[in-house]
Design a protein around this ligand. Structure first.
Ligand code: AMP
Ligand code: MG
Length: 333
């Protein structure tokens, strides 16, 4: 009898040794043109494998550089309705909504222009104004139509989800982890970070905001259950004749958005919204971004200007610690 009790106690001890508070597991995944790192507490290797599979299958469905992707099936449709996966349909609808919300600053039909600059699997080059003008005739997110199963895109138009796919992936990973009973997890998908709940010790997660001017961090954010997504000119660019051309494009002229901002970080509940808004607010520039925040709310932001000023909205001001050498400006409603 004694032996049975000892064995039962040992089992209990072993089981409690695997609670969410101390079983940290991590995995690195190469997908969506970036390095992704997944950290879960209280999960399993099998769950991390499942998460990696999910990421890879989303990459295969959504990538504009994979011939067989849903994105390219839509782009090759010649204007006919294309029945697509639930993920591709939902993301298209979200992208159209975010396009509307941001007055077209986010436009997932910019693809022909993005390709002309070489930012989608091509060689970098500077297109002429005339070329951009012609390409922009094929750009208009408001012409995307969807029904319950299909996407309809006019002939000649092309979608790509580079501005929103990682954010959507973050949302799906959080859903997967939650559905398996996890309470603490954090993923880094390139410039996107998404956190589930709090750290196992009950404190907030520390998320570094990258320094857009060089090495190191600009500051640290403390968050609970949030997506933290940064768009920065430094993430992808090329130089020609002393000019820097980066990958965030202003749909109004088809050129890299030079608005005085060098990075935009959005903090909100939804990864896809944070991702769409980080790109769109970069395009809007400082004044437009502040105006947008005041009008719409529902998120917080860190806006960094090329002069090194760091604008922080009031909802995260207490949870953001700026590195020395920068000037912080509070944005109030
Ligand atoms: P992000 O890093 O989330 O800001 O997304 C930037 C990527 O989205 C670029 O590499 C382009 O592929 C694409 N992109 C650039 N400008 C826009 C825009 N204004 N609207 C939608 N997608 C864009
Ligand atoms: Mg984005």
């Amino acid at each position: 009898m004694k032996r049975i009790i000892t064995f039962a106690l040992l089992l209990c001890f072993m089981a409690s040794g695997c609670t969410k508070s101390d079983s940290k597991l991590t995995k690195t995944v190469l997908a969506m043109d970036t390095v992704m790192s997944l950290t879960v507490y209280g999960g399993s290797e099998a769950l991390l494998d499942e998460a990696a599979e999910l990421i890879k299958s989303l990459d295969g469905e959504l990538s504009a550089t994979v011939d067989t992707s849903e994105t390219n099936r839509i782009n090759a449709s010649g204007g006919s309705p294309v029945e697509v996966s639930a993920h591709a349909l939902y993301l298209t609808q979200q992208a159209v909504e975010l396009g509307k919300l941001t007055g077209g600053a986010l436009d997932v039909t910019l693809t022909p222009v993005i390709k002309a600059w070489g930012f989608l699997g091509g060689d970098y080059r500077v297109p002429t104004d005339n070329e951009l003008k012609t390409l922009l005739e094929r750009v208009d997110y408001s012409k995307i139509e969807t029904d319950e199963t299909s996407v309809i895109l006019s002939d000649g138009m092309e979608l790509s989800f580079g501005a929103v796919a990682k954010g959507y992936t973050g949302d799906l990973l959080m859903e997967l982890f939650k559905s398996r009973g996890l309470e603490s997890a954090i993923v880094t998908l390139g410039g996107n970070v998404q956190a589930l709940g709090l750290k196992p010790d009950g404190s907030k997660w520390n998320v570094a905001v990258q320094n857009p001017f060089g090495e190191g961090n600009l500051g640290m954010l403390q968050v609970e259950d949030k997506a933290v997504v940064t768009s920065g000119g430094y993430e992808r660019y090329f130089e020609q004749d002393g000019e820097t051309y980066w990958h965030i494009i202003d749909p109004s002229d088809g050129k890299p958005a030079k608005t005085g901002l060098v990075s935009v970080t959005i903090v909100c509940d939804s990864g896809v919204t944070a991702d769409g808004l980080s790109t769109a607010l970069f395009v809007m520039g400082l004044d437009g971004a502040i105006e947008f925040w005041k009008t719409n709310g529902g998120f917080d932001a860190v806006l960094v200007t090329e002069d090194g000023e760091v604008y922080v909205t009031e909802g995260i001001a207490d949870d953001f610690e700026l590195a020395s050498g920068y000037e912080q400006v509070l944005i109030n409603k």
